[in-house]
Design a protein around this ligand. Structure first.
Ligand code: ADP
Ligand code: MG
Ligand code: MG
Length: 889
């Protein structure tokens, strides 16, 4: 194998081997852009080193050969005393990663060659400045010396000289600083700063390799789900100098505005500076446009190069460049990060420029970005008083009165107040308060803290780890920077998309993207929002491409209509239990308590027309589109009063010797139905099998509703879904009765109803015997919420708040399996069941309902497995449409 590639040998598609930086340096080199010559050591070499603890035997020779070629080309040798070649050693993995080793510049300088560099450049100051930078960077990143020690020494040198800028230090000052730096290295690292240039280079290369397994890098990879075995590449690049005086400098730029997508000149430039000075904020940079005045020739060339890069990468790029005495050098480029809104705009702009096609445009945006654009946000024009900033843990804009404990949050929200729960950090005891609050603010903890994980799961706005805020829960107050105290009850506003915290009420505006989906804002109108225009077009691309259909989980006509506006192609899950609550509860109670068949039938008869009316409305709202209705699923006791409350009532009545016959019967029923583990108890199809008449009543209501809609010239498309089936026998029994009822209704009304009957696949046994179950089912809908619970053996209601934080921190999951489908476990069952089902019944319709139906990564999985549709909450429908389109292109 070959471990070292010259910049002329690579290209942008070799990111796995050369890392992102190396691959793009090679690409620019081959485009003929001015890149200082150099070479890249591959990730393969790094892997060998990490596995065996030693660099591969061939590496040293290959590096020597490439170095020799570089020296030949540059006409000078690394560290050569009278005319040194200097290089930078730069890490560069496939994904850019915080925690990886920083770059070391100016490698090759020593006590001797610093003199040579001074002579060659005719500039003493420059040479000593470069040398002190080398010792500083090398000391910190390769030898592990605390960087503050160097910073402090530099500060002190400036103080002594009574200047504010490092550029005001002259050669003599810098020479003294070098002596000081060398002493720091000696005491802190226990060794001298290496004078041998090759040793400098080799040590730096090894330090890059080692940094792959640094704690911060490892943690970052776990959180971002980047595999640990990729390794990093190392780039050795000949130095060019931006610190050679006012005709030199360094800068960063974007080929277009990463916030709006507009073309123009965006970037920062710093004269007489090197490397990270621009971003480090050491001195004030000037806007890139100023470069036109400072150095017109370089500016024009830069503009030319940026255009070349955009046309070549067909995307927004960011770049790093350096100007050495009026000569421009390109040091890095990559496809640049952008805001969610800009991603949509840029994708359509590039289509209009003819640079990319629709399928490619879909790859340039994500469902997560679309979801972000759908949150309400704070009015940009509003006057605000920002008092802190934490981690943007869960998006949205929340306003409310600050409360400092869960109890108060619940109490106040019950009385109609909007509250923000403020805690140092949250724990499972805060759950009720989190549910009651508009948003959650903590002063500790990161993206995987309890607050962040739970808030994201609930879709609740959360800012966490706002460290400048001093939260004092005992005294129910928090102190913000500057000393202002926020007392319990003071209004604050938090922005979960930016992490910003404001005093007082900041006005919230609805997202223009939601206004568009709701039909309150139109694309193509004169005053249409640019963003809305872009979203409209991208959604059209997605709808043209996608194979998966998207349905909604909706239980009533109102939700159904909204879902339709958002693009739903039917209802994938209508939960009938919601139709049993409210004032119908009493009827259900009577049904459960019925002693005789007559009593039971009476209550069923009363429920029938109510259910029927619900369905008529639903079919009307979804006219012409499929509506999957799930028969009653949850355990019956959920419809009965709370056991403790009821016991108290009975005991009270008893002691007062009041009549309490009904309460007593109810209590007995509650006792009878009480289960240790109701989620694994009498629910779903089991209910239908033990409560005579319950399912048939529901089926009748559906059939009669459909017949009524038909009579009204409607086009109802009902699908009856049986929940929690574990074996085909259960389904067969229910089905037989259902078929009979449907036939009766057809006969009585003289209509052909063509109702489909199918089942949920949400128990492992159902998935494992899907081939048999398909004999009695016309469709499967994978209930991946229950399937995840039963496959993993944990209850969603409990675990998210208890041990999931620990699991996420330990990297056992990158993300909750309730959020993104666990492909290897739960997903495997889905895949196998889909296949087995279709073997039995080739036209079996396959869908999924449950949270995963609106999750981007899961949607891709369902596409790949070959399902017909996903079903999700109305608000997630655009995201599912987009991701289904992306999956298909
Ligand atoms: P990062 O991954 O942090 O961007 P880089 O490897 O790009 O690190 O280097 C950090 C800085 O050093 C950048 O500003 C880059 O422009 C500068 N730099 C790197 N190599 C050279 C070089 N050979 N000559 C001049 N400047 C360089
Ligand atoms: Mg860089
Ligand atoms: Mg279920």
């Amino acid at each position: 194998v070959k471990f070292v590639y010259d910049f002329t040998e690579g290209n942008k598609d070799l990111k796995d081997l050369l890392g992102g930086k190396g691959a793009n340096l090679a690409e620019m080199t081959n485009l003929g852009l001015p890149v200082p010559p150099g070479f890249t050591i591959t990730t393969e070499a790094c892997k060998v080193y990490l596995d065996s603890g030693e660099e591969p035997a061939a590496l040293r020779d290959e590096v020597s050969a490439h170095l020799a070629a570089l020296e030949e080309r540059m006409g000078k040798k690394l560290g050569q005393a009278d005319n040194p070649l200097l290089v930078s050693v730069r890490s560069g993995a496939k994904f850019s990663m915080p925690g990886m080793m920083d770059t070391v510049l100016n490698i090759g300088l020593s006590d001797k060659s610093v003199q040579g560099l001074a002579q060659q450049a005719g500039d003493d100051r420059f040479a000593w400045d470069s040398y002190r930078r080398l010792i500083q960077m090398f000391g910190k990143t390769v030898l592990g010396v605390d960087g503050d020690l160097f910073e402090d020494a530099l500060e002190k040198a400036k103080e002594t000289k009574k200047v504010t800028d490092d550029t005001q230090l002259d050669a003599a000052d810098l020479k003294k600083l070098v002596t000081r730096y060398k002493k720091i290295v000696k005491t802190e690292a226990g060794r001298d700063f290496p004078q041998d240039p090759r040793e400098q280079m080799d040590l730096a290369i090894k330090a890059v390799f080692d940094s792959w397994n640094g704690d911060r890098a490892k943690l970052y990879r776990r959180q971002e789900r980047i595999p640990h075995d990729l390794g990093t590449a190392v780039n050795v690049c000949s130095m060019v100098f931006g610190n050679l005086g006012p005709d030199s400098g360094t800068g960063v730029a974007f080929t277009r505005d990463p916030a709006s997508g507009h073309q123009g000149v965006y970037g920062d430039y710093l004269q007489n500076a090197q490397g990270e000075d621009v971003v480090a904020g050491i001195r004030n940079t000037v806007p890139l446009a100023e470069l036109e005045r400072i150095d017109k020739k370089s500016y024009d060339q830069l503009m030319q190069i940026m255009e070349t890069l955009e046309n070549h990468y067909k995307d927004l790029c960011d770049i790093e460049f350096t100007i050495e005495r009026g000569r421009l050098w390109m040091l890095q480029t990559r496809v640049g990060k952008r805001t969610a809104g800009a991603a949509f705009r840029i994708a359509t702009q590039l289509v209009d420029q003819g640079l990319i096609d629709e399928a490619e445009a879909l790859q340039r945006v994500t469902g997560a970005q679309l979801a972000q654009l759908m949150f309400p946000r704070f009015d940009e024009g509003a006057k605000v008083e920002q008092v802190g900033r934490g981690i943007a843990a869960s998006p949205g804009a929340a306003v409310g009165k600050a409360v400092f404990d869960s109890y108060t949050a619940v109490k106040w929200s019950r009385s109609g107040e909007k509250v923000i729960l403020v805690r140092r950090e949250t724990n499972p005891d805060d759950l009720d308060g989190m549910i009651a609050a508009e948003g959650i603010l903590t002063s500790r903890g990161g993206k995987t803290s309890h607050a962040a994980v739970v808030a994201r799961g609930m879709g609740k706005t959360c800012v966490c780890g706002a460290e400048e805020l001093e939260v004092d829960t005992k005294r129910r107050r928090m102190t913000v920077p500057g000393g202002h105290v926020v007392e319990e009850g003071d209004v604050i506003s938090i922005d979960g998309s930016s992490g910003k915290v404001y005093l007082g009420e900041v006005p919230v505006v609805p997202s223009p993207v939601v206004e568009y989906f709701e039909g309150r804002m139109h694309a193509g109108a004169d005053d249409a929002d640019e963003l809305v225009e872009a979203v409209h077009r991208i959604m059209a691309f997605a709808d043209r491409k996608r194979r998966l259909r998207v349905r909604a989980n909706a239980d009533n006509a109102e939700d159904a209509l909204r879902a339709r506006r958002f693009g739903a192609q039917g209802i994938g899950l209508c939960r009938t239990e919601h139709m049993f609550l409210g004032d119908r509860r009493e009827l259900v109670e009577r049904l459960i308590l019925a002693d005789t068949e007559v009593e039971r039938e009476d209550s069923l008869k009363e429920l029938l027309p109510l259910q029927k009316r619900d369905f008529v409305e639903l079919f009307e709202a979804m006219d012409g589109l499929p509506v999957t209705i799930r028969l009653l699923d949850p355990p019956l006791h959920e419809f009965l009063p709370d056991i403790t409350e009821l016991s108290v009532r009975v005991a009270l009545a008893e002691s007062r010797q009041e009549p309490h016959e009904n309460e007593l019967r109810l209590l007995q029923a509650v006792h009878r139905l009480h289960e240790q583990n109701p989620m694994l108890g009498l629910r779903g199809v089991r209910l239908g099998l033990v409560i005579p008449g319950l399912f048939t009543m529901q089926v009748r209501a559906i059939a009669e509703a459909a017949a009524e809609r038909k009579a009204a010239k409607g086009d109802p498309r009902a699908e009856i879904m049986i929940p929690l089936v574990g074996t085909v026998q259960e389904l067969e029994i229910v089905r037989e009765e259902a078929d009979r009822v449907v036939a009766e209704v057809e006969e009585a009304t003289g209509t052909q109803l063509k109702l489909a009957i199918g089942t949920m696949i949400e128990l492992p046994r159902a998935a494992l015997t899907a081939g048999q179950i398909a004999e009695a089912a016309e469709f499967f809908s994978f209930g991946t919420n229950d399937l995840t619970q039963t496959v993993w053996g944990f209850s969603r209601d409990d675990v998210e708040a208890s041990f999931f934080t620990a699991y996420l921190e330990k990297g056992i999951f990158g993300v909750s399996p309730f959020e993104t489908i666990d492909k290897d476990g739960v997903g495997k069952l889905v895949r196998d069941a889909a296949k087995a089902g279709r073997e039995t019944r080739p036209d079996l319709k396959l869908g999924v309902c449950g949270e995963h139906g609106g999750d981007p990564e899961s949607v891709h999985f369902f596409h790949e497995v070959g399902l017909d549709y996903v079903s999700c909450s109305p608000f997630r429908i655009p995201v599912a449409r987009l991701e289904a389109g992306r999956a298909a292109s």
